[in-house]
Design a protein around this ligand. Sequence first.
Ligand SMILES: NC(=O)C1=CN([C@@H]2O[C@H](COP(=O)(O)OP(=O)(O)OC[C@H]3O[C@@H](n4cnc5c(N)ncnc54)[C@H](O)[C@@H]3O)[C@@H](O)[C@H]2O)C=CC1
Ligand SMILES: O=C1[C@@H](O)[C@H](O)[C@@H](O)[C@H](O)[C@H]1O
Length: 353
Amino acid sequence: MTELRIAVLGVGMMGAFHVDALTKRIRGAKVTVISDYFPEKAKEVADAIGARVVDDPIEAINDAEVDAVLIASPGAVHDVQVNACLDAGKPVLCEKPLTTDIASSRVIVEKEKSLGKELIQVGFMRRFDPEYVALHQLIVSGGLGNPLMVHCTHRNPAVPDHFNSEFMIRDSVVHEVDVTRFLLGEEIVSVQVIKGVATSAAPAGTNDPMLVVFETESGRIVTDEIYVRTGVAYEVRTEVVGEQGSATIGLDQNLQVKRTDGSWGGQITPGFVERFGQAYDIELQRWVDAAKQGTIDGPGAWDGYAAVAVCEAGVKAVRSGRKEYVQLAGIALPVEEEPIPDIRAPDLIGDRP
Ligand SMILES: NC(=O)C1=CN([C@@H]2O[C@H](COP(=O)(O)OP(=O)(O)OC[C@H]3O[C@@H](n4cnc5c(N)ncnc54)[C@H](O)[C@@H]3O)[C@@H](O)[C@H]2O)C=CC1
Ligand SMILES: O=C1[C@@H](O)[C@H](O)[C@@H](O)[C@H](O)[C@H]1O
């Protein structure tokens, strides 16, 4: 196969960006079919690149001129569309999240397994970002010694109003879930969410920012500050603290500017397309090359499922205010912690006068 013929489902912000990359920058790929809930949006994108519009996304998946599918529709419809790709036996790059509930993600993992080949790649593009790749290599080469903690910052300048506290976990924090699994090579077993004072930019009832705390199988601690209405820029940082040193990425330190008004500083990337542009392209090129060989080259269905399972625990933690355990198939839940015994002298215990 010289050219992988691709259907793109959903051409909003991310889908249109991927169509542009597949058309202009990715080798050996051609977008032949576009499908979107809004046909006029699909037509606009399709006309610009000479592709066909197929209104029904399931028909688009089964189209004779489609070898592979890129899903960039909203997360809530990924389940149906990924299942249709599996039914058609076609490779699919599904934007995160894989689905929006743990049961449907599990079914997808099992269904793919029963087909005996890997067809699903999930759009966790940070795994292709040169800085994250370098940090991963530093960890696995032992450059930091035993990694003890990870501290993440995830700030967006602005988001639409439907980004409530739970959506922030499923749509934004899901990236740090995958980063944790990628960097530390182990599963996350529990999630806590600490809600502080909310920005006045957040709709009533939305906890923005939040501090999310993960605990991994081996007991490592990961913190994630999620703040999606900073009004500033796109700031994604990750620091790994090991026994023999620490390393941080995402500092935007390349450009230091001093201005005539006496201010000084560098430049922060305005959005995720600027920060992760290179990562998206590497992700797409590797997926296209692998799909032609009938395989994947990146995070797969299990990674998508594991991330959904952690986010589900995260959503529970938002609601309960407690530590919630991740229900992941095959991973033992930690034993409930014993209450800490009161070791004060008996005469100090009791009500204060
Ligand atoms: N990896 C990353 O950094 C990013 C990933 N995303 C992910 O990409 C996906 C799309 O997000 P955005 O582009 O920001 O959303 P968006 O709202 O801009 O675009 C979604 C598009 O899908 C269309 N659509 C709705 N239902 C559909 C259906 N059943 N079939 C086909 N199309 C349908 C909508 O009309 C819209 O054009 C989400 O899963 C999101 O989490 C989004 C931004 C960045
Ligand atoms: O995936 C993304 C968005 O959907 C999400 O809403 C943002 O918070 C992330 O930074 C971006 O990478």
